[in-house]
Design a protein around this ligand. Structure first.
Ligand code: FAD
Length: 408
């Protein structure tokens, strides 16, 4: 009888971590040739292709916030991740990479990066560990028939990722595979993506704003406020706090709701303080200075003209504080999966054991990473989801393999 194997579909961070942890568990049980029993499939020549793009090429591996804070950045069900996180936490991820010769550094916002600030170091260290453990790597795309056949002699870990950045190989194949064995796939939508305001002024492109605040209004209700940085790009408002509000904004737009964003360029100053500062500047400049002169020092130079042109408003000095604190932009659309950092929605968490990542629908199936209905904010949360769920799926699958081998 052929030896049972563990088949892992998807060689991203979740799949590679699953393969590594499965091999380590088998080795600890005394199986010196553990790698031969694990087959990792990826359609790309290079494993973890998306990792090379992460964190703008720097790879924000995880976030050092304690679980009580970390969990507030996980959607839609933080509790689902709790067990996996504690089994392989943010500190474990750091220790893991340090053991692979990738020292890390904690930067602003508790975000953890490789000390080299090179995403390639993270991707290569994972791939090297996969090879070091003798794991069988197949550079092939698995189709639904192949997926089905794997259950003949194996345990399967589905780690195909979501649909974002399909050029990296994440084309949503796993949703169909999971559905074929009875899983529910919740509504999918691009998340952490650019939001395009109506009549977007292309002169804004390239401007980066720091320490500002964005409030999100859905059907006139204020539903979220975020403070920090974001950029105006060719696709609209993007990155940082714009990504943070994009999850709710995209969902609302998909549901035909009215979405508006209000930008406060000076969140640290009340309207009164701002008015007093402008009045002081008016006195110093003598006469009646132009609004554009007063705005110098209050915003990046490049922003002044588009700011004054916005909504074709001819801003009087008296109305500057209001305009600075509430620049309203109605959102027309959003950028799709081709530019979205993450896919929201996925395989229903109700159908997966949070203790093992085993499917409750199909014996011998485990799931990990973005294919699940689990996503995080920007800040290292998504890779931690991939690493924690991947590690748990891999070790659980290996334990199941060991149990079934003993039973024969
Ligand atoms: C531009 C960008 C920047 C990001 N930056 C960060 C960051 O700094 N920090 C952070 O935490 N998160 C970041 N993310 C999100 C993070 O990269 C993902 O959430 C994470 O990679 C998901 O891991 P995964 O293993 O589940 O899926 P993926 O990384 O998508 O990997 C899935 C793999 O499965 C393979 N595959 C798919 N279907 C098949 C098939 N049928 N047969 C064989 N192979 C298949 C694919 O080729 C792919 O390699 C970023 C994402 C993007 C797009």
């Amino acid at each position: 009888m052929a030896e049972r194997k563990i088949y892992i579909i998807g060689g991203g961070p979740a799949g590679m971590m699953a393969a590594i942890k499965a091999a380590e568990v088998l080795r600890e049980s005394g199986d010196e040739r553990a790698g031969d029993r694990i087959v990792l499939y990826d359609k790309n020549d290079v494993l973890g292709r998306k990792i090379y793009l992460t964190g703008r090429g720097r790879c924000n591996i995880t976030n050092m916030r304690p679980w009580s804070e970390f969990s507030t950045h996980i959607h839609p069900n933080q509790n689902f991740l709790k067990h996996a996180f504690h089994a392989f936490s943010n500190s474990d991820v750091i220790a893991f990479f340090e053991s692979l010769g990738v020292p890390t550094v904690v930067l602003q916002g508790q975000r953890v990066f490789p000390a080299s600030l090179k995403a390639a170091d993270v991707a290569r260290s994972l791939e090297n560990r996969v090879h070091e453990l003798g794991i069988q790597v197949r550079r092939e795309s698995v189709d639904i028939k192949g997926f089905d056949r794997m259950f003949g002699d194996g345990i399967v870990i589905l780690a195909t990722g979501g649909k974002s950045y399909p050029v990296t190989g994440s084309t949503g194949d796993g949703y169909e595979m999971a559905s074929s064995v009875g899983h529910t796939v919740t509504s999918l939508f691009p998340c952490e993506t650019a939001l395009l305001p109506y009549g977007y002024d292309r002169n804004l492109e390239g401007i980066e704003l720091k320490n500002v605040s964005l409030s999100l209004f859905v059907d006139k209700d204020k539903v979220q406020v975020e403070e920090g940085d974001f950029s105006f790009t060719n696709d609209g408002i993007e990155s940082g706090i714009a990504y943070k509000i994009s999850r709710r904004a995209v969902w609302a737009l998909m549901n035909g709701q009215r979405v508006e964003v209000v930008l406060d360029l000076k969140p640290a100053l009340s309207k009164e303080k701002l008015a007093a500062r402008i009045a002081r500047d008016v006195v110093q400049m003598k006469g009646r200075p132009k609004a554009s002169s007063l705005l110098r020092g209050l915003m990046p130079e490049a922003l002044i003209a588009p700011f004054l042109m916005a909504d074709k408003r001819a801003i009087e000095i008296e109305s500057l504080p209001d305009a600075l604190k509430s620049w309203r932009m109605k959102i027309e659309s959003f950028k799709g999966y081709e530019r979205a950092v993450v896919t929201a929605g996925g395989v229903s968490l109700k159908e997966v054991s949070q203790k093992t990542m085993a499917s409750k629908m199909k014996p011998g199936l485990f799931l990990a990473g973005e294919v699940l209905d689990l996503d995080g904010d920007t800040g290292g949360y998504n890779l931690q989801i991939a690493f924690s769920t991947g590690a748990l799926a891999g070790s659980s699958a290996a334990k199941e393999l060991l149990t079934s081998s003993q039973a024969i």
